[in-house]
Write a protein that binds this ligand. Structure first.
Ligand code: DGT
Ligand code: CA
Ligand code: CA
Ligand code: ZN
Length: 575
């Protein structure tokens, strides 16, 4: 049965294909919106479709037509409409639509008139100056297309949030030095804590807007001024990242911050709400007719719409308005709530710091306990531990604990789940550990059933405490395993096991949507750094951001609890 992600992907493809054929814009948007809605669902569509007591049309944005198509997909695994569309438009042609400066109409013309079927052919046609000869194109469009092709080949990916955060810090510090700067914020997806960021959106109030724009132009990382007007400027940095800067009046700062923080979907709902109250909302403020009602702060804007202040991570239109209507916005978890870190490595395997150094660093960060979870023997590249070496490390930990005050080191292991199934270390070793995280590192490309089986068998091992990075995805680099998360949730719940939110900025695994689903199943999440060095312990905040985007509270995250309390929630039988 198709997963939600697969169904969403199919709907996105349909939208692309319809767009290419210049279909009705409303129809295109219906498929796009449905894809987005489905991506954000925390419950499998297949389950809802199969349940006689429930209706797919009860889901916002799913009408009768889409409900029928979802049923088709769930029952037959395919959708005749997609197959038909695919027969009409070759896949390589679709890539044309995505080139900046093209869009569906021009892409279709290039395909029809010049027989262009791929990005390479498009580049050649531009170089040969054939594109400018087409009606409605011209030399300027040709140049724009070439620039778009260059951009596509250099800045392939969206930037990781953690990398964007470094740029924000540098730009912010540089702009703050400019005399006359008053308020300065980075809005957009960055402020919402999204795992990847497309571009940066800075907002500033200042006594002299031009001086701030001059200042940005002289920032060391800038390679290109994309555009500059009276109140807005866009530049490109060496990293490829675009930075937009907007100078706004102080009385509109809150409205602008709200507007440019987004998300677009959140803003659409807000504007509707303003309209229902006879108000108008834009980036300058809330208005009744010509009268300015609110705009200086975000709180003021939300209050004018009779809404609570939404933390930026919540602004994705994934349920925050329902929470507000029920008067119960969750109080999102904060970094300071965490008292332990349950996944890290030492020099005994592939870590860079010793056991003692990791302990001292964790104490310095205010933690009350950590688990040392070095790799098991299967990971020979990392010099993984066999039973004998694991036991020796645990004896060392016992001796260390005897000397420590108000701090506990847990005897742990990151035990591999073998390709053929089963754990990499025998039960009589694992039972002596306080905390066992089980991981898939090999056989990641196995089919769905096989890899899911391995993971749920691991959850059923009485000594396993949690599954580490449960989907194995690496952002921009590697797709998730084919694992069926719904089965994982069911077994984790039944066995009283935990699931990890790995805080490494490349992983963030489970992601926000999956964490929200795990929460719905009542499964405790552990946010862990998987540190391989002392500095890696500071990566916890990336995990916390993702958890906040999932709507997790202190209560939903196990390592906000003292160890003695945490272990009572746990179904595993550790030493
Ligand atoms: P990104 O940059 O792709 O990671 O995502 P965002 O969310 O930062 O999007 P961006 O940079 O295009 O725009 C920043 C925010 O400005 C966006 O989240 C909402 C707001 N915004 C921009 N354009 C529109 C629009 O056409 N309609 C609405 N409602 N809001 C918009
Ligand atoms: Ca942005
Ligand atoms: Ca932007
Ligand atoms: Zn690890």
């Amino acid at each position: 049965m198709p997963t939600n992600a697969e169904i969403a992907d199919i709907f996105d493809q349909v939208a692309d294909l319809l767009e290419f054929q210049n279909a009705n814009a409303f129809r295109v948007r219906a498929y796009r919106n449905a894809a987005r809605t489905i991506t954000n669902l925390t419950e499998p569509l297949a389950g809802i479709a199969a349940d006689a007591n429930r209706k797919l049309t009860d889901i916002d944005g799913i009408g009768a037509d889409l409900a029928t198509k979802i049923k088709q997909l769930v029952e037959t695994g395919s959708m005749p409409m997609l197959t038909e569309l695919q027969a009409q438009v070759p896949a390589s042609v679709l890539a044309l639509v995505r080139v900046a400066g093209l869009g569906p109409k021009k892409a279709a013309a290039l395909h029809k008139e010049l027989g262009i079927n791929s990005l390479d052919e498009l580049r050649q046609a531009c170089v040969d100056q054939k594109v400018r000869a087409l009606k409605g194109f011209g030399a300027k469009t040709e140049a724009t297309i070439l620039a778009g092709l260059d951009l596509a080949s250099t800045s392939q990916d969206r930037m990781l949030w953690a990398e964007a955060d470094e740029i924000v810090a540098a730009v912010r510090a540089y702009l703050a030095e400019c005399p006359g700067v008053e308020q300065l914020e980075a809005a957009g997806s960055y402020r919402r804590g999204k795992e990847t960021v497309g571009d940066l959106d800075f907002l500033v109030t200042a006594t002299d807007g031009n001086a701030v724009m001059d200042r940005l132009a002289s920032f060391g990382g800038v390679t290109q001024i994309i555009g500059r007007g009276d109140t807005k400027m866009s530049v490109r940095l060496r990293t490829g990242m675009q930075v937009d800067l907007r100078v706004v009046p102080a009385e509109s700062f809150g409205a602008a911050l709200q507007y440019f923080t987004g998300s677009k979907e959140h803003n659409v709902v807000l504007r509707g709400r303003a309209k229902d109250r006879g108000l108008k909302l834009n980036e300058y403020g809330v208005f009744r007719g010509d009268e300015f009602i609110a705009g200086r702060t975000e709180e003021e804007v939300y209050r004018a719409l009779e809404l609570p202040y939404f933390p930026p991570e919540m602004r994705e239109s994934r349920g925050e308005f329902d929470w507000a209507a029920q008067g119960e916005l969750p109080r999102l978890i904060e970094l300071g709530d965490l008292v332990g870190d349950l996944h890290m490595h030492t020099t005994e395997t592939d870590g860079k710091a010793s056991l003692e150094e990791m302990v001292a660093a964790a104490q310095a960060r205010g933690l009350r306990y950590i688990a040392i979870t070095d790799h098991s023997q299967r990971v020979s590249m990392a010099n993984g531990l066999n039973g004998e070496r694991a036991r020796r490390q645990w004896e060392q930990i016992d001796r260390l604990n005897a000397k420590l005050k108000d701090f506990r080191v847990l005897k742990g292991i990151e035990c591999d789940i073998l390709e053929k199934g089963g754990m990499d270390l025998p039960d009589d070793v694992l039972r002596e550990a306080d905390w066992v995280v089980a991981s898939v590192h090999y056989g990641q490309n196995q089919p769905r059933e096989q890899i899911t089986r391995r993971i749920i068998d691991a959850l059923r091992n009485p000594y396993v405490s949690a599954i580490a990075h449960p989907t194995g995805r690496l952002i921009n680099r590697r797709k998730a395993y084919e694992v069926d998360l719904d089965e994982v949730y069911a077994v984790a719940k039944a066995e009283r096991k935990f699931l990890e939110l790995n805080a490494n900025p490349w992983r963030l695994d489970l992601d926000d949507v999956a964490c929200a689903a795990a929460k719905r199943h009542g499964i405790p999440i552990v946010i862990s750094t998987d540190a391989h060095s002392v500095r890696d312990l500071d990566k916890m905040r990336y995990g916390v951001l993702q958890a906040r985007r999932a709507g997790l509270t202190k209560k939903d995250v196990a390592n906000t609890r003292p160890w003695d309390e945490l272990r009572t929630l746990l179904g595993s039988h550790g030493g």
